[in-house]
Design a protein around this ligand. Structure first.
Ligand SMILES: [Zn+2]
Length: 252
């Protein structure tokens, strides 16, 4: 129990666009292949929230922003492996292109509602990435409540199913944001803090594993085999140093 570990993997775009929010299709295919070969089960955030994860090691797959390349490139591969996934959608931007701070140039297209609907029917999980992808920590209380509550209501109305999971944009959440997320009825909220989750993690402040750091096959298989802790701690230290130098939305 004490060393039970759940790695919540964080992806954005699966494309050759470069930058910290894109992973190439070949690297992604390798990461999924190594994951399948490792035998570590891929479970869902519902499994985590309901305390159903009883194995020593598990992985959860998450994708922020709802890019069109998720539908075209990531989903077919996930289906082939039988892996479940959670995609966090900024509802204002569906059917359009990314339009928030820190985006790529030219901006990348997001899925439209028809695509989201088809994927949901095929078993893909969807969560909120707010309405307009703001830094939630900078909003007034009414704006904060609107972003987390209305995005959930819109998704639930469109998908006709409960929406219980949220990813605050840029990983920015403080106690006030987490309280609003709890009030809105979410079961989990993920951050961009680089670490593995455990059964004792705060469900409204779950750490994730940035997969940009695991583009090397051996590093990734070592991590899955429980041999990569030193590397992850070094990446975390570098990431913290970078975060002090850059604005919070750089590259996310
Ligand atoms: Zn985002």
């Amino acid at each position: 129990m004490a060393d039970r570990r759940i790695d919540i993997l964080m992806y954005h775009s699966i494309s050759e666009r470069g930058g910290a929010t894109a992973i190439g299709p070949e690297v992604f295919a390798m990461q999924m292949e190594v994951l399948a070969a490792s035998g570590v089960p891929v479970l869902t955030l519902d499994d985590l929230a309901e305390g159903r994860i009883r194995v020593p090691r598990a992985v959860v797959l998450t994708f922020d922003d709802g890019f069109q390349d998720f539908a075209e490139t990531a989903w077919p591969l996930l289906k082939r492996h039988g892996f479940p996934a959670m995609v966090y959608l900024p509802t204002d931007y569906l059917g359009s292109v990314e339009g928030w701070r820190g985006i790529a140039s030219p901006p990348r297209p997001l899925m439209d509602w028809d695509t989201v609907h088809d994927l949901a029917a095929a078993g893909c999980g969807f969560g909120s990435h707010t309405l307009s992808h703001p830094a939630l920590t900078s909003l007034s209380e009414p704006e904060l409540d609107r972003e987390v509550t209305q995005s959930r209501q819109i998704l639930e109305a469109r998908l006709a199913r409960p929406v219980r999971h949220i990813a605050p944009p840029y990983g920015l959440a403080d106690a006030r944001v987490r309280a609003a997320i709890g009030r809105a009825g979410y079961a989990t909220s993920v951050s961009t803090r680089l670490a593995s989750a455990t059964p004792n993690s705060n469900l409204l402040d779950l750490p994730r594993i940035e997969m940009f750091y695991f583009a090397d096959r051996h590093r990734w298989s070592d991590h899955l085999a429980g041999r990569g802790r030193g590397y992850m701690l070094r990446r975390r230290a570098l990431r913290a140093a970078r975060a002090r130098l850059l604005s919070p939305w750089a590259g996310l």
